[in-house]
Design a protein around this ligand. Structure first.
Ligand code: GRF
Length: 203
């Protein structure tokens, strides 16, 4: 399948999908990487892998509707059959999400439905949680609220700071995101309304 990856920063999750496509574990190919920031390091990863890139800066547009309209066109030009949000730090409009419904995946650094939004690692520490993790989910109009496909848990140890927990979570992100993308590209994964299904089984 043709995959388009959206990023805002480092792109370490993008890298795992680049690698998965290259080594054949993901039966797909990245047709383009789109960033909302020109200095996103992930753009360099794409260039190194000979993947076309586009920068669409949110600063060039007056509102979300305009931004998302331009983003939508870029994604269509890349012929996307799957859109992977990998650290793309933008809220998408309901129109955009509906248009690509069933084809939008995101990774969020918490055990959803816990800790939607930002600062998830610090919030988990502050709450005294012994467990934390990450979730891959389909994107719906509800921010960080779409159906979860796969989660990975990590421990939080006494004395951990947010960066230590973040590193532990990141390691798991790099395992579960390419796996979910693999399932999608194998036509095994579907979104039906607010549910995620794998091999005909409700997740
Ligand atoms: C990840 O922690 C992801 O969960 C969050 O943004 C971060 C992206 O990291 N949404 P990277 O750019 O893939 O390295």
């Amino acid at each position: 399948k043709a995959i388009v990856v959206l990023i805002s920063g480092n792109g370490s999750n993008l890298q795992t999908i680049i690698d998965g496509c290259a080594n054949g574990s993901i039966p797909g190919y990245i047709t383009g990487v789109i960033a909302n920031k020109a200095n996103a390091y992930g753009l360099k990863r794409a260039v190194a892998a000979n993947i076309p890139t586009t920068v669409i800066s949110h600063k060039d547009y007056q509102d979300r509707q305009q931004y998302d309209a331009v983003l939508k066109e870029a994604i269509l030009q890349y012929g996307a059959e799957l859109i992977v949000l990998a650290g793309f730090m933008r809220i998408l409009t309901p129109e955009f999400v509906q248009f690509f419904s069933g084809k939008l995946l995101n990774i969020h650094p918490s055990l959803l439905p816990k800790y939607q939004g930002l600062d998830t690692h610090q919030r988990a520490i502050d709450a005294g949680d012994a467990e934390h993790g990450c979730s891959v989910h389909f994107v719906t109009e509800q921010l960080d609220g779409g159906p979860v496909v796969l989660q990975a848990k990590v421990p939080i140890f006494p004395g951990d700071d947010a960066s230590m927990v973040a590193a532990r979570v990141h390691e798991q992100e790099h395992l579960i995101y390419p796996l979910v993308v693999r399932w999608f590209c194998q036509n095994r994964l579907q979104q039906r309304a607010n549910e995620a299904w794998l091999d005909g089984l409700l997740l």
